[in-house]
Design a protein around this ligand. Structure first.
Ligand code: ASN
Length: 328
């Protein structure tokens, strides 16, 4: 496939889905089938993490410290939600990364959370088919884990998920026209360096990776937020995203920074408001932050890939399409 047709196919505008009350009988039937695959996916993935010794924590919705989502090459945030309660400013959860670092360093060495994330994306992202302004991550973190450990764990979880869903949800996948096209991936998945991809494909590298490969691909070395580990000597980042074939990114994660001097330096370099991260800085300074690694799997995105829907909001009972607020 030529570079241009690849780009056209993945970046063509996608129509946003209608809310529940406006669906026809046939559309309701389809919605219900996607719902069954979501339920199956949640059970399969949470079982996988439990079997592998992870503890299941409940999420928080409001706190002073949330993900800055900056600097992030993929971020497009229109508005950050802050509100005062009990004399302090709290923010809606953009991701539970800070909570994960502290939880995994203290009482919960291996943890996961089904965490609702609020990211008020710019309205122009309504038609990418990949963005919603509220979504859920299966966010996990493990003390003393390496990137290699996480890459192996997730690759195995994905192979297990696809094989299981094809075995147990054949009728549903067939109804959606997805059964034959959805292939059980083979491990190990390819690992590519972002800088090398950019050199080869230019700014459209994400679309090219998604279209060119038949199996999922790991992308590493992505400059972004302060909490991902950066080797100051080489300038390389020890982080990773997982890209699904014909789809794109469904997970991002990293080995983490835990040393005070590096965290402080990066927060200052990125011009992040230090006072929002005073606790994590204090714990790092006191030597109480431990080396960890983890990631977050976008539930709606992985279900969108499994089911082959065009717009990610089709996987949501109550669609959160950028630029549109429905009654529910
Ligand atoms: N959950 C991601 C991680 O674990 C962070 C994010 O969503 N921005 O790295």
């Amino acid at each position: 496939m030529s570079k241009q047709s690849v780009m056209l196919k993945l970046s063509a505008p996608v129509e946003a889905p209608k809310p529940l009350e406006q669906l026809t009988e046939t559309e309701i039937e389809r919605k219900a089938v996607i719902g069954k695959i979501t339920t199956y996916t949640l059970k399969n993935l949470t079982d996988y993490f439990l079997v592998n010794g992870f503890q299941w924590l409940l999420p928080v919705a409001l706190s002073p410290s949330t993900d800055p989502l900056w600097p992030d090459p993929g971020a497009s945030i229109e508005k950050r939600i802050e509100v005062d309660i009990y004399g302090r400013t709290v923010r809606t959860t953009a991701s539970m990364i800070i909570h994960k670092l502290i939880a995994a360093s203290t009482a919960y060495p291996k943890l996961f959370i089904l965490s609702p994330n609020v990211r008020i994306e710019k309205a122009e992202r309504a038609c990418t088919g990949k963005h919603v302004y509220e979504f859920t991550q299966l966010d996990f973190e493990a003390r003393n884990a390496t990137s290699r450990d996480i890459i192996r764990l997730v690759s195995d979880a994905v192979c297990n998920l696809v094989a299981s869903v094809k075995r147990d949800m054949k009728d549903e996948l067939t109804y959606l026209g997805r059964y034959d096209a959805l292939k059980v991936p083979k491990m190990p998945f390819k690992i590519c360096d972002k800088q090398e991809l950019e050199a080869e494909y230019g700014a459209e590298w994400e679309n090219c990776v998604a279209m060119k490969n038949g199996d999922p691909v790991w992308i590493t070395n992505i400059p972004r937020e302060f909490y991902d580990y950066e080797d100051f000597a080489t300038g390389k980042w020890d982080n990773y995203d997982l890209f699904m074939p014909q789809y794109g990114e469904v997970l991002s994660g990293a080995k983490r920074e835990w040393e005070y001097d590096k965290i402080l330096k990066k927060i200052e370099r990125d011009k992040i408001n230090k006072s929002n991260y005073s606790l994590v800085l204090k714990l790092a300074k006191d030597g109480r932050l431990k080396p960890t690694a983890g990631a977050g799997i976008g539930i709606e995105r992985i279900v969108a890939w499994l089911t082959g829907v065009k717009h990610i909001a089709e996987t949501q009972p109550f669609p959160r399409v950028p630029g549109t607020v429905c009654d529910l």
